[in-house]
Design a protein around this ligand. Structure first.
Ligand SMILES: Nc1ncnc2c1ncn2[C@@H]1O[C@H](COP(=O)(O)OP(=O)(O)OP(=O)(O)O)[C@@H](O)[C@H]1O
Ligand SMILES: [Mg+2]
Length: 351
């Protein structure tokens, strides 16, 4: 039999595998985050009366619905009859990691297309002027990973009616906010707490209904996925284990996911870490490292610079290299040469 023959006729366990993707946004209300969602909505409400909104820092560990809750608020605002009165911007500051990229993203979300041949400064003026025609909600996700919050300061200063929501992992990040920005925002803070096991079970059950054909998951299997998820705190682990166990069940032609399948899936994630997200520069550097094994940091930097039209600073490059090392994607090996010490970049794992 061919390698794939047995899969051709058999029916898949999955009805909609996408429902288990960490980036999938479920429809309707978000379970167990009603209070948090209401809190966020209350910060925005003054904008509906053309007054200034409240600013907010949301914090909590990875994978507990901070982004999801904000995306929901954005969707609901857009659906409500406020279109034209409130513009809602969502930007992930880890991904859009320079002032220019954030401004271009704002232009894009404002549907402003004439960005070519304009400087950041010019574009920012246009953006501010457009935003000030309405009220604005800014959701800045992964704000603690941003390289600079200078642009936020400018928006805090020059946008009249707004709610700025900053999402971070750690409460202490608020204390580290630059006093200039903090005194302009005077943000409230809202903590997202980890889900309890029963809540995790309920959330996973909703996903199971979307993802699988029938009631596919044995109760004991679900319980053990939920326990592991509770230990790890991150719901992404639960979603991953469900999908992985389903693959294992499918490949052994089982119609149900059992404890045995879950255990096999668990053996793959004994040391669960959240999926690594790289910013554009880090991705680019990893690509160069993949293609050029055993080069030194200086050599990699030269290739990186020659691939880019805009000037890349060595300082930023070295910071990115450090990030990649911390994420265990590369290892730096010290070598002594005629010209002194340098570091070879070794790839440790795929990204
Ligand atoms: N209450 C919930 N109902 C349904 N799905 C949820 C719920 N909370 C979280 N999720 C799902 O869990 C995953 C992680 O949630 P989310 O991306 O919002 O985490 P986060 O708190 O923003 O984490 P990070 O700090 O790592 O960015 C997503 O797939 C999300 O859809
Ligand atoms: Mg998030």
């Amino acid at each position: 039999m061919s390698l794939f023959g047995k899969y051709q006729d058999s029916e898949s366990i999955f009805k909609n595998e996408i429902a288990l993707d960490p980036n999938f946004t479920p429809r309707g209300k978000i379970e167990f985050r009603e209070n948090e969602n209401q809190y966020i909505a209350d910060c925005i409400k003054p904008l509906l009366q053309r007054r200034n909104g409240k600013n907010l820092v949301i914090f909590g560990p990875p994978g507990i619905g901070k982004t999801l809750a904000c995306i929901k608020v954005k969707e609901e605002l857009e659906e409500a009859e406020t279109i034209g009165e409130i513009s809602v911007f969502y930007i992930n500051l880890w991904k859009k990691n320079t002032q220019h990229k954030i401004i271009l993203e704002l232009c894009d979300q404002l549907d402003y297309k004439f960005t070519q041949n304009k400087s950041s400064e010019e574009l920012l003026q246009i953006v501010k002027q457009k935003i000030n025609q309405n009220s604005a909600v800014f959701i800045f996700d992964e704000a603690d990973k941003a390289e600079s919050l200078e642009l936020l300061y400018q928006l805090a200063e020059d946008v009249y009616r707004k709610t700025m929501i900053l999402i971070a992992n750690d409460r202490s990040w608020i204390y580290k906010l630059e006093p200039r920005l903090k005194s302009r925002l005077m943000p409230d803070s809202l903590e997202f707490k980890p889900y309890k096991k029963e809540e995790i079970i309920s959330i996973l059950k909703s996903r199971i209904q979307l993802a699988f054909n029938q009631r596919m998951v044995q109760q004991q299997a679900l319980e053990s996925i939920a326990s592991k998820t509770e230990d790890a705190v991150d719901l992404r682990l639960g979603l991953f284990l469900l999908r992985e166990s389903a693959f294992i069940a499918e490949s052994s032609s089982s119609k149900q996911i059992t404890q045995e399948h879950v255990e096999k899936a668990l053996s793959k994630v004994s040391d669960f870490k959240r999926p690594i997200e790289l910013d554009q520069d880090e991705e680019e550097i990893m690509k160069i490292v993949n293609k050029n094994p055993n080069k030194t940091t200086t050599e990699i930097f030269t290739i990186y610079q020659s691939n880019n039209q805009e000037n890349k600073s060595q300082r930023t490059f070295l910071r990115k290299i450090n990030n990649l090392e911390k994420a265990n994607l590369i290892k730096l090996e010290e070598v002594q040469g005629i010209q002194g010490r340098s570091y070879k970049v070794k790839k440790l794992s795929e990204f």
